[in-house]
Write a protein that binds this ligand. Structure first.
Ligand SMILES: *[C@@H]1O[C@H](CO)[C@@H](O)[C@H](O)[C@H]1NC(C)=O
Ligand SMILES: *[C@@H]1O[C@H](CO)[C@@H](O)[C@H](O)[C@H]1NC(C)=O
Length: 331
Protein backbone atom coordinates (compact mmCIF):
# COMPACT_ATOMS: atom_id res chain seq x y z
CA UNK A 1 0.00 0.00 0.00
CA UNK A 2 2.03 2.91 -1.24
CA UNK A 3 0.42 6.01 0.12
CA UNK A 4 2.45 8.68 1.74
CA UNK A 5 1.02 10.56 4.64
CA UNK A 6 1.39 13.66 2.52
CA UNK A 7 -1.03 12.57 -0.20
CA UNK A 8 -3.56 11.44 2.33
CA UNK A 9 -3.28 14.59 4.39
CA UNK A 10 -3.58 16.76 1.32
CA UNK A 11 -6.82 15.02 0.46
CA UNK A 12 -8.20 15.78 3.86
CA UNK A 13 -6.90 19.31 4.10
CA UNK A 14 -7.20 20.81 0.67
CA UNK A 15 -10.79 20.15 -0.25
CA UNK A 16 -13.04 23.18 0.05
CA UNK A 17 -15.69 23.02 2.73
CA UNK A 18 -18.72 23.09 0.47
CA UNK A 19 -17.51 20.90 -2.36
CA UNK A 20 -20.12 18.18 -2.88
CA UNK A 21 -18.93 14.61 -2.91
CA UNK A 22 -15.17 15.10 -3.15
CA UNK A 23 -13.48 11.92 -4.20
CA UNK A 24 -10.47 10.86 -2.16
CA UNK A 25 -8.34 10.86 -5.27
CA UNK A 26 -5.13 10.01 -3.50
CA UNK A 27 -6.47 6.79 -2.10
CA UNK A 28 -7.32 4.07 -4.60
CA UNK A 29 -11.00 3.78 -5.42
CA UNK A 30 -11.89 0.13 -5.69
CA UNK A 31 -14.59 -1.52 -7.73
CA UNK A 32 -17.23 -3.67 -6.11
CA UNK A 33 -15.49 -6.79 -7.43
CA UNK A 34 -12.17 -5.80 -5.88
CA UNK A 35 -13.52 -4.99 -2.45
CA UNK A 36 -16.91 -6.44 -1.76
CA UNK A 37 -19.16 -9.49 -1.92
CA UNK A 38 -22.93 -9.71 -2.16
CA UNK A 39 -24.45 -10.31 1.28
CA UNK A 40 -28.24 -10.60 0.79
CA UNK A 41 -31.16 -9.43 -1.31
CA UNK A 42 -30.31 -11.30 -4.56
CA UNK A 43 -31.67 -9.16 -7.43
CA UNK A 44 -32.11 -6.16 -5.14
CA UNK A 45 -28.38 -5.57 -5.43
CA UNK A 46 -27.53 -4.09 -8.83
CA UNK A 47 -24.03 -3.45 -10.16
CA UNK A 48 -23.64 -0.52 -12.53
CA UNK A 49 -20.82 1.07 -14.45
CA UNK A 50 -18.63 -2.10 -14.43
CA UNK A 51 -19.01 -2.47 -10.70
CA UNK A 52 -17.96 1.09 -9.89
CA UNK A 53 -21.39 1.73 -8.39
CA UNK A 54 -23.96 -0.38 -6.63
CA UNK A 55 -27.66 0.13 -6.14
CA UNK A 56 -29.35 -1.45 -3.14
CA UNK A 57 -33.13 -1.75 -3.40
CA UNK A 58 -35.69 -2.14 -0.65
CA UNK A 59 -39.08 -3.44 -1.75
CA UNK A 60 -41.84 -5.44 -0.04
CA UNK A 61 -39.85 -8.62 -0.67
CA UNK A 62 -36.45 -7.73 0.82
CA UNK A 63 -33.72 -5.20 1.37
CA UNK A 64 -30.17 -5.85 0.20
CA UNK A 65 -26.58 -5.59 1.35
CA UNK A 66 -22.94 -6.22 0.64
CA UNK A 67 -19.83 -6.81 2.76
CA UNK A 68 -16.09 -6.42 2.35
CA UNK A 69 -14.07 -9.41 1.17
CA UNK A 70 -11.44 -8.65 3.79
CA UNK A 71 -11.37 -8.28 7.53
CA UNK A 72 -9.69 -5.11 8.76
CA UNK A 73 -8.00 -3.95 11.90
CA UNK A 74 -7.94 -0.14 11.70
CA UNK A 75 -8.02 1.98 8.57
CA UNK A 76 -9.97 4.51 6.55
CA UNK A 77 -13.23 3.31 5.01
CA UNK A 78 -15.34 5.42 2.75
CA UNK A 79 -18.14 5.41 0.20
CA UNK A 80 -20.08 8.02 -1.70
CA UNK A 81 -23.74 7.47 -0.99
CA UNK A 82 -26.94 8.89 -2.45
CA UNK A 83 -30.04 8.10 -0.44
CA UNK A 84 -33.57 7.45 -1.72
CA UNK A 85 -35.72 10.57 -2.08
CA UNK A 86 -39.30 11.54 -1.18
CA UNK A 87 -41.19 9.51 1.40
CA UNK A 88 -38.62 7.31 3.16
CA UNK A 89 -40.03 6.90 6.68
CA UNK A 90 -38.94 3.63 8.27
CA UNK A 91 -36.17 3.08 5.72
CA UNK A 92 -32.69 2.49 7.14
CA UNK A 93 -29.49 2.63 5.11
CA UNK A 94 -26.43 1.53 7.04
CA UNK A 95 -22.70 1.79 6.31
CA UNK A 96 -20.86 0.14 9.15
CA UNK A 97 -18.17 -2.15 10.46
CA UNK A 98 -18.91 -5.16 12.61
CA UNK A 99 -17.56 -8.51 13.72
CA UNK A 100 -20.88 -9.80 15.06
CA UNK A 101 -20.61 -12.93 12.91
CA UNK A 102 -17.36 -13.95 14.63
CA UNK A 103 -17.88 -12.71 18.19
CA UNK A 104 -21.47 -13.35 19.17
CA UNK A 105 -21.24 -12.12 22.73
CA UNK A 106 -18.42 -9.62 22.58
CA UNK A 107 -18.64 -8.06 19.14
CA UNK A 108 -17.44 -4.62 18.07
CA UNK A 109 -19.24 -2.21 15.78
CA UNK A 110 -18.80 1.26 14.24
CA UNK A 111 -21.96 2.60 12.58
CA UNK A 112 -23.23 5.18 10.19
CA UNK A 113 -27.01 4.74 10.02
CA UNK A 114 -29.26 6.85 7.83
CA UNK A 115 -32.82 7.12 9.05
CA UNK A 116 -35.50 7.91 6.49
CA UNK A 117 -38.25 10.42 7.03
CA UNK A 118 -41.71 11.49 5.98
CA UNK A 119 -41.94 13.62 2.86
CA UNK A 120 -40.61 17.12 3.30
CA UNK A 121 -38.48 16.16 6.31
CA UNK A 122 -34.88 15.28 5.76
CA UNK A 123 -32.90 12.17 6.51
CA UNK A 124 -31.20 11.96 9.90
CA UNK A 125 -27.78 10.47 10.37
CA UNK A 126 -26.93 8.39 13.42
CA UNK A 127 -23.47 7.29 14.52
CA UNK A 128 -22.77 4.70 17.16
CA UNK A 129 -20.08 2.35 18.45
CA UNK A 130 -20.07 -0.85 20.45
CA UNK A 131 -16.96 -2.43 21.88
CA UNK A 132 -16.59 -6.01 23.06
CA UNK A 133 -20.34 -6.64 23.25
CA UNK A 134 -21.25 -3.45 25.10
CA UNK A 135 -24.72 -3.38 23.50
CA UNK A 136 -26.39 -2.31 26.75
CA UNK A 137 -24.51 0.99 26.50
CA UNK A 138 -25.62 2.67 23.28
CA UNK A 139 -23.39 5.59 22.32
CA UNK A 140 -25.67 7.07 19.68
CA UNK A 141 -25.52 10.56 18.30
CA UNK A 142 -27.90 11.94 15.69
CA UNK A 143 -27.59 14.88 13.33
CA UNK A 144 -29.28 16.69 10.52
CA UNK A 145 -27.10 17.50 7.52
CA UNK A 146 -26.31 20.78 5.80
CA UNK A 147 -27.46 19.34 2.47
CA UNK A 148 -30.15 16.99 1.21
CA UNK A 149 -28.43 13.57 1.11
CA UNK A 150 -31.03 12.30 -1.38
CA UNK A 151 -30.16 14.94 -3.94
CA UNK A 152 -26.56 14.03 -4.64
CA UNK A 153 -23.68 11.76 -3.66
CA UNK A 154 -21.79 12.61 -0.51
CA UNK A 155 -18.83 10.90 1.02
CA UNK A 156 -19.24 9.16 4.38
CA UNK A 157 -16.07 7.90 6.03
CA UNK A 158 -14.92 6.06 9.11
CA UNK A 159 -11.38 6.48 10.37
CA UNK A 160 -10.48 3.85 12.95
CA UNK A 161 -7.14 3.66 14.71
CA UNK A 162 -6.06 2.20 18.02
CA UNK A 163 -6.56 5.54 19.75
CA UNK A 164 -9.58 7.14 18.08
CA UNK A 165 -12.52 6.81 15.74
CA UNK A 166 -13.50 9.74 13.55
CA UNK A 167 -16.67 9.94 11.49
CA UNK A 168 -16.53 12.21 8.44
CA UNK A 169 -19.22 13.59 6.16
CA UNK A 170 -17.46 14.77 3.02
CA UNK A 171 -14.27 16.23 4.48
CA UNK A 172 -15.82 17.44 7.71
CA UNK A 173 -15.15 15.41 10.86
CA UNK A 174 -18.50 15.21 12.66
CA UNK A 175 -17.60 13.04 15.64
CA UNK A 176 -14.45 11.92 17.36
CA UNK A 177 -14.43 9.04 19.83
CA UNK A 178 -11.17 8.91 21.74
CA UNK A 179 -10.11 5.75 23.46
CA UNK A 180 -10.12 6.50 27.17
CA UNK A 181 -9.05 4.33 30.06
CA UNK A 182 -12.57 4.47 31.45
CA UNK A 183 -14.01 2.91 28.30
CA UNK A 184 -11.85 -0.15 28.85
CA UNK A 185 -12.83 -2.88 26.38
CA UNK A 186 -15.75 -0.81 25.08
CA UNK A 187 -13.57 0.74 22.39
CA UNK A 188 -13.78 -1.35 19.17
CA UNK A 189 -10.52 -3.26 19.02
CA UNK A 190 -10.98 -6.53 17.13
CA UNK A 191 -10.88 -6.96 13.34
CA UNK A 192 -14.11 -6.08 11.56
CA UNK A 193 -15.82 -6.43 8.19
CA UNK A 194 -17.30 -3.42 6.39
CA UNK A 195 -21.00 -3.61 5.46
CA UNK A 196 -23.57 -1.60 3.51
CA UNK A 197 -27.25 -2.45 3.75
CA UNK A 198 -30.76 -1.14 3.18
CA UNK A 199 -33.57 -2.54 5.32
CA UNK A 200 -37.02 -1.99 6.80
CA UNK A 201 -36.63 -0.28 10.18
CA UNK A 202 -40.35 0.46 10.57
CA UNK A 203 -40.36 -0.47 14.23
CA UNK A 204 -37.99 2.32 15.30
CA UNK A 205 -36.34 4.41 12.59
CA UNK A 206 -38.73 7.34 12.26
CA UNK A 207 -40.21 8.98 15.35
CA UNK A 208 -39.68 5.83 17.40
CA UNK A 209 -41.67 3.72 14.93
CA UNK A 210 -44.59 6.08 14.45
CA UNK A 211 -44.06 6.25 10.68
CA UNK A 212 -43.58 2.92 8.87
CA UNK A 213 -42.19 2.02 5.48
CA UNK A 214 -44.86 2.61 2.83
CA UNK A 215 -44.28 0.19 -0.04
CA UNK A 216 -46.44 2.29 -2.31
CA UNK A 217 -43.21 4.26 -2.83
CA UNK A 218 -40.96 1.21 -3.38
CA UNK A 219 -38.43 0.40 -4.56
CA UNK A 220 -36.31 2.58 -2.29
CA UNK A 221 -32.89 2.80 -3.91
CA UNK A 222 -29.64 3.68 -2.14
CA UNK A 223 -26.70 4.29 -4.46
CA UNK A 224 -23.09 3.61 -3.49
CA UNK A 225 -19.85 4.44 -5.32
CA UNK A 226 -16.22 5.51 -4.83
CA UNK A 227 -15.29 2.68 -2.51
CA UNK A 228 -12.20 3.27 -0.41
CA UNK A 229 -11.04 0.51 1.89
CA UNK A 230 -7.62 1.53 3.10
CA UNK A 231 -6.75 -0.52 6.12
CA UNK A 232 -4.79 -3.30 7.62
CA UNK A 233 -6.21 -6.59 6.44
CA UNK A 234 -6.26 -9.51 8.81
CA UNK A 235 -6.26 -13.21 8.11
CA UNK A 236 -9.72 -14.48 9.12
CA UNK A 237 -8.24 -17.67 10.54
CA UNK A 238 -5.49 -16.09 12.60
CA UNK A 239 -7.57 -13.05 13.44
CA UNK A 240 -5.14 -11.40 15.80
CA UNK A 241 -2.22 -11.16 13.36
CA UNK A 242 -2.61 -8.23 11.01
CA UNK A 243 -0.91 -8.61 7.65
CA UNK A 244 0.63 -5.16 7.79
CA UNK A 245 2.48 -2.90 10.13
CA UNK A 246 -0.16 -1.43 12.38
CA UNK A 247 1.91 1.58 13.31
CA UNK A 248 2.09 2.43 9.61
CA UNK A 249 -1.66 2.46 9.36
CA UNK A 250 -2.32 4.35 12.53
CA UNK A 251 0.46 6.90 12.34
CA UNK A 252 1.77 7.36 8.83
CA UNK A 253 -0.85 6.69 6.19
CA UNK A 254 -3.75 7.91 8.27
CA UNK A 255 -3.72 11.22 10.09
CA UNK A 256 -4.34 10.32 13.67
CA UNK A 257 -5.46 13.76 14.72
CA UNK A 258 -7.72 16.57 13.62
CA UNK A 259 -6.21 19.92 12.66
CA UNK A 260 -7.33 23.02 14.49
CA UNK A 261 -9.23 24.25 11.42
CA UNK A 262 -11.03 20.91 11.08
CA UNK A 263 -11.81 20.88 14.77
CA UNK A 264 -13.46 24.28 14.42
CA UNK A 265 -15.60 22.89 11.60
CA UNK A 266 -16.49 19.84 13.66
CA UNK A 267 -17.56 21.98 16.60
CA UNK A 268 -19.61 24.23 14.37
CA UNK A 269 -21.29 21.23 12.75
CA UNK A 270 -22.15 19.77 16.14
CA UNK A 271 -23.53 23.07 17.42
CA UNK A 272 -25.75 23.51 14.39
CA UNK A 273 -26.78 19.99 13.47
CA UNK A 274 -26.57 17.58 16.40
CA UNK A 275 -30.06 16.64 17.61
CA UNK A 276 -29.24 13.78 19.96
CA UNK A 277 -26.33 12.73 22.13
CA UNK A 278 -26.35 9.77 24.51
CA UNK A 279 -24.17 11.75 26.91
CA UNK A 280 -27.06 14.10 27.68
CA UNK A 281 -29.90 11.56 27.64
CA UNK A 282 -31.10 11.59 31.25
CA UNK A 283 -33.81 9.06 30.49
CA UNK A 284 -31.27 6.41 29.58
CA UNK A 285 -28.30 7.31 31.73
CA UNK A 286 -28.80 8.82 35.18
CA UNK A 287 -25.02 8.96 35.24
CA UNK A 288 -23.53 9.52 31.78
CA UNK A 289 -20.99 6.89 30.64
CA UNK A 290 -17.55 7.77 31.96
CA UNK A 291 -16.04 9.03 28.70
CA UNK A 292 -18.66 11.78 28.39
CA UNK A 293 -17.32 15.29 28.82
CA UNK A 294 -20.39 17.41 29.38
CA UNK A 295 -20.57 20.90 27.96
CA UNK A 296 -23.18 23.08 29.71
CA UNK A 297 -23.90 25.00 26.50
CA UNK A 298 -24.47 21.83 24.52
CA UNK A 299 -26.71 20.57 27.33
CA UNK A 300 -28.78 23.75 27.21
CA UNK A 301 -29.12 23.62 23.46
CA UNK A 302 -30.26 19.98 23.42
CA UNK A 303 -32.59 20.68 26.34
CA UNK A 304 -34.36 23.41 24.37
CA UNK A 305 -34.61 21.00 21.47
CA UNK A 306 -36.05 18.12 23.51
CA UNK A 307 -36.80 19.01 27.15
CA UNK A 308 -37.97 15.49 28.07
CA UNK A 309 -34.95 13.50 26.93
CA UNK A 310 -32.35 16.09 27.84
CA UNK A 311 -34.16 17.83 30.72
CA UNK A 312 -33.41 17.44 34.37
CA UNK A 313 -35.84 16.28 37.02
CA UNK A 314 -38.15 14.59 34.51
CA UNK A 315 -36.88 11.10 35.12
CA UNK A 316 -40.31 9.66 35.89
CA UNK A 317 -40.78 9.48 32.13
CA UNK A 318 -38.13 6.80 32.01
CA UNK A 319 -40.50 4.04 33.06
CA UNK A 320 -42.66 4.63 29.99
CA UNK A 321 -39.79 3.75 27.74
CA UNK A 322 -39.85 0.07 26.94
CA UNK A 323 -36.84 -0.17 24.71
CA UNK A 324 -33.16 0.48 25.20
CA UNK A 325 -32.98 1.52 21.57
CA UNK A 326 -32.62 5.28 21.53
CA UNK A 327 -35.87 6.58 20.21
CA UNK A 328 -36.10 9.11 17.51
CA UNK A 329 -37.55 12.01 19.37
CA UNK A 330 -38.13 14.51 16.62
CA UNK A 331 -38.69 14.33 12.88
C1 LIG B 1 -14.05 -8.74 26.16
O1 LIG B 1 -15.04 -9.64 26.57
C2 LIG B 1 -14.53 -10.93 26.87
C3 LIG B 1 -15.72 -11.86 27.10
O2 LIG B 1 -16.77 -11.23 27.76
C4 LIG B 1 -13.61 -10.81 28.10
O3 LIG B 1 -13.10 -12.07 28.43
C5 LIG B 1 -12.47 -9.87 27.73
O4 LIG B 1 -11.65 -9.65 28.86
C6 LIG B 1 -13.01 -8.52 27.23
N1 LIG B 1 -11.91 -7.75 26.72
C7 LIG B 1 -11.68 -6.52 27.10
C8 LIG B 1 -10.53 -5.83 26.45
O5 LIG B 1 -12.36 -5.94 27.94
C1 LIG C 1 -4.25 17.00 18.23
O1 LIG C 1 -4.57 18.28 17.75
C2 LIG C 1 -4.96 19.20 18.76
C3 LIG C 1 -5.33 20.49 18.06
O2 LIG C 1 -6.37 20.27 17.15
C4 LIG C 1 -3.82 19.40 19.75
O3 LIG C 1 -4.25 20.26 20.78
C5 LIG C 1 -3.43 18.03 20.32
O4 LIG C 1 -2.31 18.19 21.14
C6 LIG C 1 -3.10 17.05 19.22
N1 LIG C 1 -2.88 15.73 19.79
C7 LIG C 1 -1.93 14.91 19.38
C8 LIG C 1 -1.88 13.59 20.06
O5 LIG C 1 -1.16 15.21 18.52
Amino acid sequence: MGFSSFTFLSFLLLLPFSSPSPSPSNLPILSFHEAYNHLFGDANLLLLNHGKSVHLHLDERTGAGFLSQDLYLHGFFSASIKLPADYTAGVVVAFYMSNGDMFENNHDEIDFEFLGNIRGKEWRVQTNIYGNGSTNVGREERYGLWFDPAEDFHQYSILWTDSRIIFYVDEVPIREVKRTASMGGEFPSKPMTLYATIWDGSSWATNGGKYKVNYKYAPYIAEFSEFVLHGCTVDPIEQVFPKCDLTQISEASIPNNITTAKRTKMESFRRKHMTYSYCYDHLRYKIPPAECVLDPQEAKRLQRFDPVTFGRGRRHHAKHRHSSQAEFTSV
